[in-house]
Every structure is written in C-alpha cells, then in structure tokens.
Design a protein around this ligand. Structure first.
Ligand code: NAD
Length: 435
C-alpha cells in the first residue's frame, strides 16, 4: 500500500522548473488551479494534472547581426500550455524581463481566456528577452524573422497562431507572416493575427478589446439594474484598450469623468470629451493641460466615486491600499492582471463587483479568432458583422460565467476559471489519453 502511495506521489510531483515556490507568475497560476479545483466536476479531477504541466516548451537561441556587425544572442520562448480545444493561440512579447516562468503563466492564462469565450483554441504564448527600444528597425526585423524561423516547428494556421503582445505590433506580425510564408513556399496569412488589414488583418481589431470591455460592463450593469446612461466611468490607461473603452462608453451616453495615463490624470465632473482628449493627447503628448478638464493628482483618481472603474494600463495597479479607497460599483479589468490577490479580497468585502480580465478583455482574442476564420476562408466580413458577432460571443461568455457565479455563490473571477477549466478538462477527458 505504502509503495503504491509513494509511486502515486512521485507521479504527481512537479519537475523543479514547474515548482510553485520558485516561479512567480507560474506559481500564481498553480494557485489559481488549486482554488478552482473544489468547484470542478469530480469526474474531471483525474485530468487536472494536465493544467499544471505545459504541453510543450520551446527555448530558442536567437542570434542576430547588429547594424555594427557584432553578433548578439537573445533567448526566446514559445510555450503551448494546452491544445485540447484547438490550436495554440497567444501573443509574442518582447521585453527585457521576459522569463520562461512568465511565458508559461501567460500561455496558461490564454488557455483560460480562450476557453472562457469558447473560441476553439488552446493556450500558447511566446517571447524574447530583449529590450526592443535598443534595436534599430532593421535589427528588430532580423530578430523577428530569426525567432519566427526558430519556432517554425511549432507554429502554423492549424497548430499555433501567434499575435501581438507587449512591444510587438502589426509590423512585427507582417514580418512573422512573411517569414513563415517564405519557409512554406506559399502565402499563409492565417499563421498570425493582428496583421495589417492589407495583409488579411480584420476590421474592428483595433477597437475590439475596448469594445469588449464595454460589452461585458453593460452586461454586468444590467444584472444589477444600473443604467449605462449617465453612468460615471473612470479609466486608467488611454492606449489601445483604455481609449477605445472610454470612447465607446461615451458614445453610449455614459460620463467618462476621469482618465489617467503615464503623463497624469484629467478630471471633469460633467464628463470629458473623449474625442477631444484623444486629439489633445496626440498633439501634446500628454493629458495634462487639456482645456476640457482639470488636473487631478494620480492617487486621488482611485478614490473617485463612480459606477465603473476600468483599469486598462498595466498589471498590479490595484494594490491593497488602492482597493481600500475605491468607491466604484464595478471594476472591469481591461488590462491583464491589474488587481493583486489581496486587493481582490478587499474589493469583494466592499461589495465591488470585479469582472475579471479573462472575460473583460477577451474581445481582442475574439476578433483575432475572426481574423483567422476570415484568413482561412479568404472571405472578409464588414465591421458591422464583426461587432455583431463579438457582441454575441462576449454576451454568451458573460452569461455562462454569471450563471456559475450565481449557482455556486462565487466571485466572477473564480466562476470564469471554473467555466474555463471545465471546458479545457472536458475536452481533454473526451479526447482520452494517447496511446
Ligand atoms: P497601450 O500601450 O496601448 O496603452 C497603455 C496605456 O497605459 C497608455 O495610455 C499608458 O500611458 C498607460 N500607462 C502606462 N503606465 C501607466 C501608469 N503607471 N499609470 C497610468 N497609466 C499608465 O497598451 P494596451 O494595448 O492598451 O494594453 C493595456 C493593457 O491591456 C495591458 O495590460 C494589456 O496586456 C492588456 N490587453 C490588451 C489587449 C489589446 O488588444 N491591446 C488585449 C487584452 C489585454
């Protein structure tokens, strides 16, 4: 008996590179798996181990010749966390702090996000530990093409489909698509998403994440009978996600009373003119000095009484100290990981409803999915069709999460993980174990 137990324990012990104690973001993911396990169908428990072990990890050496002739080596990664529901999907990050543990965690969170919105993808993520700001445009292109060739063994329109993430953009995706296509001997637009529209990118992609934030915010507000009209909205981050979310709230007659970015905070009790603010930011390079509002100090931003607080800048912004001050009814996470776990508990105690990132910002990956479908079928949709389908998918995803939250009396974040883990594990169980 003891021998059996011992061998069982040995089987479930994780290799050291997967250990929770040593690996920050990956440890966070393992903790999340532990949190949801009691809420999962016991019939799926035998498969949970697959969530704790990425399916494939590829570490690649990426040498490039700098413009001055010197050869420099960078370390790159592509991790496929789980492919039970379909090909891998997830972005490519260029940043000096990229580590294997971070890419593993990000790939796992893509498994969750893709399953929450029920798009037929597994989770993957890639990155290179590099400071792209120190590279010329030509060096960046060489880096991207070499990295793409190195991960060529894993990617493909029906295998694993990268997309932009931190410090990568549609130009990087164009280079990746071209490199892959050159290696294949045919043009293959479906290998990456987030491409320029001229190369098979999708209409509506630029606004998709911000639009998704609005769609799920409206869904949660309806559940609480809170109208969008005249709702008070504060937004941190005025980039891709934050600007689009602020604009779409404003188009729907909500009042965006404060916006904060890395230049500072502007505030107007009667509502900011978001279009004018965007033009001002483009010209002045800062929010400060905007004639349609007044300056507010950055910490007071978190204390503003409002209906919706939209963190759409970067991770970890809602600390425990800030959570204690927040006077919002809803926090809708446009950014990835903006709320630290302790803050999450404080918000819950204060009856602030948090719509988690894996649902709230999934509009981006949903329209990426549309891009892939359009590329594969070589038939392109209008922006109105895209927005209509986005709305349907996100509304259904929200409803599924809401139902679980209500039935099991869970926070929306835990409910979203329950929905997602259930879908991933059910697919895994139905496929069975090969051989
Ligand atoms: P972005 O670079 O376009 O914009 C980031 C914004 O945050 C900028 O306005 C910047 O000024 C602001 N900012 C940075 N540091 C700040 C600070 N310390 N205080 C206040 N503001 C600060 O980035 P983005 O694409 O809008 O992404 C924002 C977040 O949303 C990230 O967490 C990203 O991972 C997440 N996200 C983005 C997408 C997408 O489609 N772009 C999809 C899903 C999730």
């Amino acid at each position: 008996m003891a021998a059996i137990r011992e061998s069982t324990e040995q089987r479930i012990e994780l290799p050291s590179y997967l250990s929770r104690d040593t690996l920050g973001p990956w440890g966070t993911f393992l903790q999340q798996v532990e949190t949801v396990t009691p809420w999962l169908d016991p019939a799926l428990h035998p498969w949970i181990e697959t969530l704790r072990r990425p399916k494939r990890i590829l570490i690649v050496d990426v040498p490039i010749k700098r413009d001055n002739g010197v050869i420099v080596h960078y370390e790159g990664y592509r991790v496929q966390h789980n492919l039970s529901r379909g090909p891998g999907k997830g972005g490519i990050r260029y940043h000096p702090s990229v580590t294997l543990a971070e890419v593993m965690a990000l790939s796992a969170w893509m498994s969750i996000k893709n399953a929450v919105v029920n798009v037929p993808y597994g989770g993957a993520k890639g990155g290179i530990r590099v400071d792209p700001k120190r590279l010329s445009q030509n060096e960046l292109e060489r880096l991207t093409r070499r990295y793409t060739s190195e991960i060529n063994v894993l990617i493909g329109p029906d295998k694993d489909i990268p997309a932009p993430d931190l410090n990568t953009n549609e130009q990087v995706m164009a280079w990746m698509m071209d490199t892959y296509s050159m290696n294949q001997g045919r043009t293959s637009p479906g290998v990456v998403t987030g491409k320029p529209v001229s190369l098979g990118g999708s209409l509506g992609r630029a606004d998709a994440t911000g639009r998704g934030v609005f769609i799920v915010a409206r869904s949660v507000a309806r559940k609480h009978s809170v109208p969008i009209e005249d709702a008070r909205v504060v937004v941190q981050g005025f980039g891709n996600v934050g600007e689009a979310a602020a604009r779409i709230f404003s188009e729907n007659n909500a009042k965006v009373i404060a916006v904060q970015d890395d230049s500072g905070t502007v505030y107007n009790e009667r509502g900011l003119d978001v279009g004018a603010l965007r033009r001002f930011r483009q010209n002045a390079g800062t929010l400060l000095g905007f004639p349609g509002g007044e300056r507010l100090d950055n910490e007071s931003f978190w204390e503003l009484p409002c209906d919706f607080l939209i963190p759409a800048a970067m991770e970890g912004q809602i600390s425990a100290a800030r959570a204690a001050k927040i006077k919002a009814r809803f926090v809708v996470e446009g950014a990835n990981g903006p709320t630290v776990p302790e803050a999450d508990r404080i918000l819950q105690d204060h009856d602030v409803t948090v719509v988690p990132d894996v649902l709230a910002n999934a509009g981006g990956v949903t329209v990426s999915y549309f891009e892939w479908v359009q590329d594969i079928s070589s038939f392109f949709w209008t922006e109105a069709e895209i927005n209509m389908r986005l709305e349907r998918i996100l509304t259904e995803a929200f409803e599924a999460v809401w139902q679980v939250a209500e039935q099991k009396k869970l926070a929306l974040r835990t409910a979203a993980y329950v929905v997602a883990c259930h879908r991933v594990l059910a697919a895994r169980a139905q496929r069975g174990l090969y051989p």
